[in-house]
Design a protein around this ligand. Structure first.
Ligand SMILES: Cc1cc2nc3c(=O)[nH]c(=O)nc-3n(C[C@H](O)[C@H](O)[C@H](O)COP(=O)(O)OP(=O)(O)OC[C@H]3O[C@@H](n4cnc5c(N)ncnc54)[C@H](O)[C@@H]3O)c2cc1C
Length: 387
């Protein structure tokens, strides 16, 4: 039986960004429908590394990341569930003199964006983390960054949105979206949602939605390669990254060491993202150079997932350049988990006020105005980024 629903705001996608937006919109009294093709929070939001990190971000993202960091402290209370957010600090390791110079340059630049980092020399870093491999020459520490459980956060936002009265439709793939002049019509099987505003928070699928409105962008699917060990006695006390981003490691509260590096294999059209054996073996080798004590641990699972990657590694956030009432938030390029809580609030501000106090100009979709699919070349999959 077909169903027609009228709401103030329809949201395509049910990741953390979408569900956090649904919460913020309900708080303001607007009616909302979230349409998710699988389960809410099962996309990139649920399979990521769990890094809640500001250190190393593009400086243009720091105001956004700072706003989000403020919200992470209150998430357990807001969501009514323990999201396992631990302020373990994030330490970025230098393996060469060039790395040390890069860290110091970033530290100075980040200070102007309210991110205080501390440089540690080789002795200090080995004294703090005595189990580190010998190749580490120094590090930069962000003491207020941390880590959380991604499997909990997205679904918890979705449950809260539902409790607050949002209509959450799971296993509801959006097949067509169209502007009606006064609003939008969103078609998903037997369901048609009519809305005044439309939010495109479809993650790696955001390109398709944007293209429908004449805003195709150079998004490519990004599938980081991830591994996890059996539970071990707790010792990896910080979330760890390196200059170059080719490996990152953390340990969960239950003791599993999670690490990543390189990219998996993926076919976005088929919806398949798989870890690559080659990248996994490389990742293990690089991890053991940093954390030799993991040598006797069993890897119990490897996985990957999809995020949308933009060529400049910053997301698309803001009003559509072609269609009034349409707002985009996708293409988080492998680091949108930390940003999710703030993205929700910002999307609600864009819907309600038309603008947000957080600077989002660098993320405007029209920065790709002159791009065309025909003229572009394939992205370099060998480039590493920390997540
Ligand atoms: C393996 C991996 C590791 C990562 N590690 C980190 C990290 O440590 N720290 C960090 O900050 N970030 C990390 N990221 C990035 C982060 O997970 C993402 O940037 C963030 O979760 C994006 O959230 P989202 O809500 O925009 O997208 P998603 O969570 O992907 O949500 C988008 C949703 O839209 C749905 N959808 C798409 N098309 C349609 C349609 N037509 N109809 C209905 N629904 C649709 C999808 O099913 C999906 O659930 C990582 C990403 C991956 C893949």
């Amino acid at each position: 039986m077909s169903r027609r629903l009228e709401v103030d705001v329809a949201i395509v996608g049910g990741g953390t960004a979408a569900c956090a937006a649904a919460v913020a919109l309900r708080r303001a009294g607007l009616t909302v429908a979230v349409l998710e093709k699988r389960r809410c929070g099962a996309g990139a939001s649920g399979v990521n590394f769990g890094g809640v990190r500001r250190q190393g971000r593009d400086l243009r993202e720091l105001p956004l990341a700072n706003r989000s960091r403020g919200l992470w402290d209150g998430l357990n209370e807001l969501l009514g569930v323990d999201v396992e957010f631990d302020v373990s600090g994030h330490i970025k390791l230098a393996r060469s003199e060039t790395d040390l110079e890069e860290l110091e340059r970033y530290r100075l630049a980040a200070r102007d964006h309210d991110l205080e980092l501390t440089m540690l020399g080789a002795n200090a870093v080995h004294a703090e983390l005595p189990w580190l491999g010998e190749k580490v020459l120094g590090a930069s520490l962000s003491p207020t960054d941390g880590q959380a459980n991604p499997r909990v956060v997205g679904p918890a936002f979705a449950r809260l949105a539902r409790r607050m009265g949002a209509e959450i439709f799971e296993f509801t793939p959006v097949e067509a979206v169209a502007s009606t002049g006064s609003g939008f019509e969103v078609a998903a099987g037997d369901l048609t949602v009519v809305s005044r505003r439309l939010i495109n928070a479809a993650g790696a699928g955001g390109r398709l939605v944007a293209a429908t409105f004449g805003e195709d962008v150079p998004l490519t699917p990004l599938s980081p390669n991830m591994l996890v060990t059996e539970p071990l006695p707790y010792f990896v006390s910080r979330s760890i990254g390196v200059c170059g981003g080719d490996v990152y490691v953390r340990q969960t509260r239950r003791g599993n060491a999670i690490f990543g590096g390189g990219r998996g294999w993926q076919d976005h059209d088929l919806g398949l993202a798989r870890p690559s054996s080659e990248q996994s073996v490389d990742g293990i080798r690089r991890t053991l150079m940093l954390v030799p004590d993991l040598a006797r641990a069993n890897v119990i699972r490897t996985w990957s997932g999809f995020d949308g990657e933009m060529p400049d590694h910053i997301p698309v956030i803001g009003h559509s350049s072609t269609t009034p009432g349409l707002i985009h938030a996708f293409g988080f390029s492998g680091h949108g988990f930390q940003l999710g809580p703030a993205i929700g609030e910002i999307l609600a501000e864009l819907v309600i006020d038309g603008h947000t106090p957080t600077p989002i100009e660098p993320f405007a979709i029209d920065r790709f105005r002159d791009w065309s699919p025909e003229a572009s070349s394939a992205p370099d999959a060998s480039v590493h980024t920390e997540h």
